[in-house]
Design a protein around this ligand. Structure first.
Ligand code: VGL
Ligand code: ZN
Length: 199
């Protein structure tokens, strides 16, 4: 059994002082750094939006960040502008060890659709290509870590489970936004899907 470590969105905008700060987000960095040596496959993701991305509240006059609107592909939470391609906010946290990454996968790069999951865009159908990468490397099991537990980690873990990978989430190497009960809902959904929540 080959296990991949998936390091989700450990970027400046999700860390201290960032545009979409996750409380205590920086705490995941030393934990993830310490985990890297334990996995033969390491894939990192970067939330990577063009300017004026449709998930930005600033693109929807009359709406505020954290409001939910209906998009063609389903409900979408609106966010402050974040992780704009090439900006400091989109860069990895400076203390994250990125040299050990085998693959850096970018997602959310299409203006019309968001992509929380490392595997599919938010229509839950358009692949990012990560599944093919992992399968062709012989991966059957994944461990997820990073930001945020209740959005990109959640959907990455659920999609991995749906695709038939054995999935664990290293909770102490994750932090959540917890917008409106979203953290408890995420933990429930992951548990129900058979994801092992490691504490
Ligand atoms: C994320 C909200 C918007 C995440 C990304 O990485 O969890 N959350 N974009
Ligand atoms: Zn985003």
């Amino acid at each position: 059994m080959t296990t991949a470590l998936l390091v989700i969105d450990v970027q400046n905008d999700f860390c201290r002082g960032g545009a979409l700060e996750v409380p205590d987000g920086d705490a995941v960095v030393p934990r993830i750094n310490a985990m890297l040596a334990d996995y033969p496959v390491r894939a990192f993701t970067q939330d990577w939006h063009p300017e004026r991305h449709s998930s930005f509240a600033s693109e929807h006059p009359g709406h505020q960040p954290l409001e939910v609107i209906e998009m063609g592909y389903g409900p979408q939470v609106l966010w402050p502008d974040h992780c704009v391609q090439g900006t400091h906010g989109a860069a990895f946290h400076p203390d994250l060890r990125t040299d050990p990454a085998d693959l850096i996968l970018r997602k959310g790069f299409r203006r019309e659709i968001d992509s929380y999951s490392a595997f599919f865009e938010n229509d839950h159908a358009t692949p990012t290509g990560l599944e093919g990468y992992l399968r062709t490397r012989g991966v059957t099991s994944v461990v997820c870590a990073g930001l945020a537990t209740d959005f990109c980690v959640r959907w990455s873990a659920l999609d991995a489970a749906r695709l038939g990978f054995e999935v664990a989430v290293a909770l102490d190497a994750c932090r959540g936004l917890d917008a409106d009960g979203s953290l408890a809902a995420a933990l429930d959904a992951m548990r129900q899907a058979g994801v092992a929540l490691q504490t």
